[in-house]
Ligand binder design. Structure first.
Ligand SMILES: Nc1ncnc2c1ncn2[C@@H]1O[C@H](COP(=O)(O)OP(=O)(O)OP(=O)(O)O)[C@@H](O)[C@H]1O
Length: 327
């Protein structure tokens, strides 16, 4: 499938700062995350892709359209949810979204229908008739999202859509974004400075730092299987841990589970035999997957986890360290 976004040697130099530095990337259709710390260049990239800001050098295409020559067409096919507060406080969500639909060229009746549908999709119901000035942050984010979707775009750019939301609001917004990508079939480019939340909803993640590309990969490529087996039994976690340790497995507890180094395939049989011999019910046994964040963790987090000596070893294990191994 052709990429929804392709950039070639894209640079943006402001007088005091280089916001984008020779950025070359291609993002496939689906939900694409663009992650980077504050100031990494995410908003600048979006403005360039929308054809609103000419780059200092390099070029890009959005949905196969050239940003330098086909900005109007790109903006017709792409919805944009900006990061900053941009809503008029004294009109209702309905009035505002109908207005935005009219601005996109929809006739009055179609604009009203589309606005009502879109506001329902983003989860605004009776409140949509009240002035936006009285809305919570979460409701305002939904209005911004609705106006980005109202003209039925093929692609939406969502700039930090979870900013300012509490954990529940954040989860709802992430769920909504996933549905836009996977149920409505609209490709999404979503920015965040939080890798963990993008990992949950994206098919592909682009990481930039200081305007430079660090990585651009499918999520599975980041979250490849680790060398650790996660085992959960409904009771008797420590009995099983001790049993495995006595037979040479490198094992340590984490929450309700055991983390076991996968030295070779025999470890699976060992877990099965241990559970059977001790009469324990095995609830879960699977290879642990990396979280994207671990790949970018600073030294203290990426170090192997050391567990207090003798966690399972009893007296015979004195002085021995059980290590979590590769994470
Ligand atoms: N119009 C401008 N003039 C000068 N410098 C700018 C301009 N726009 C952005 N910058 C600078 O370019 C760099 C990248 O900014 P950008 O807003 O793209 O980052 P970001 O990754 O979106 O961060 P944030 O999440 O904080 O918005 C920053 O150092 C910013 O100060």
């Amino acid at each position: 499938m052709p990429p929804i976004i392709a950039t070639r040697g894209l640079s943006m130099r402001f007088p005091r700062v280089t916001a984008l530095d020779d950025l070359t990337l291609a993002a496939p259709p689906g939900v694409v995350g663009l992650v980077g710390a504050n100031g990494a260049g995410k908003s600048t990239l979006i403005k360039i892709l929308l054809g609103l800001l000419p780059p200092s050098s390099g070029g890009a295409e959005v949905l196969g359209l050239d940003i330098a020559r086909q900005g109007d067409e790109i903006r017709r096919l792409v919805g944009f949810m900006p990061e900053y507060e941009c809503l008029p406080p004294d009109v209702s969500a309905t009035e505002f979204v109908v207005h935005m639909a009219r601005m996109c060229g929809l006739p009055p009746t179609a604009a009203r229908e589309r606005a009502a549908d879109t506001l329902r999709h983003v989860g605004l119901y009776e409140e949509r008739y009240r002035p936006i000035g009285g809305y919570s942050t979460g409701m305002r984010q939904r209005v911004k999202l609705a106006q980005a979707l109202v003209h039925d775009p093929r692609l939406v750019f969502l700039d930090e859509p979870t900013n300012g939301l509490d954990p529940a609001g954040r989860d709802e917004m992430l769920g909504l974004i996933r549905r836009i990508g996977h149920e409505f079939g609209i490709s999404v480019l979503v920015t965040s400075h939080l890798l963990g939340e993008l990992e949950r909803i994206c098919d592909h993640v682009v990481v930039i730092d200081g305007g430079r590309l660090l990585r651009s990969q499918a999520v599975e490529a980041y979250t490849e299987a680790s060398g650790v087996l996660v085992v959960e039994v409904d009771e008797g976690r420590d009995d099983l841990g001790r049993w495995l340790h006595e037979r040479g497995a490198a094992v340590h507890p984490e929450g309700r589970q055991l983390m076991i180094d996968i030295g070779d395939e025999t470890v699976y049989d060992l877990v099965r035999d241990g559970s059977a011999e001790l009469g324990l019910r095995l609830v879960r046994m699977e290879q642990r997957r990396h979280h994207i964040e671990e790949l970018f963790a600073t030294a203290p987090h990426s170090a192997p986890v050391a567990v207090e000596p003798g966690a399972f070893g009893g007296p015979g294990a004195s002085g021995e360290e059980l290590r979590g191994g590769a994470r």
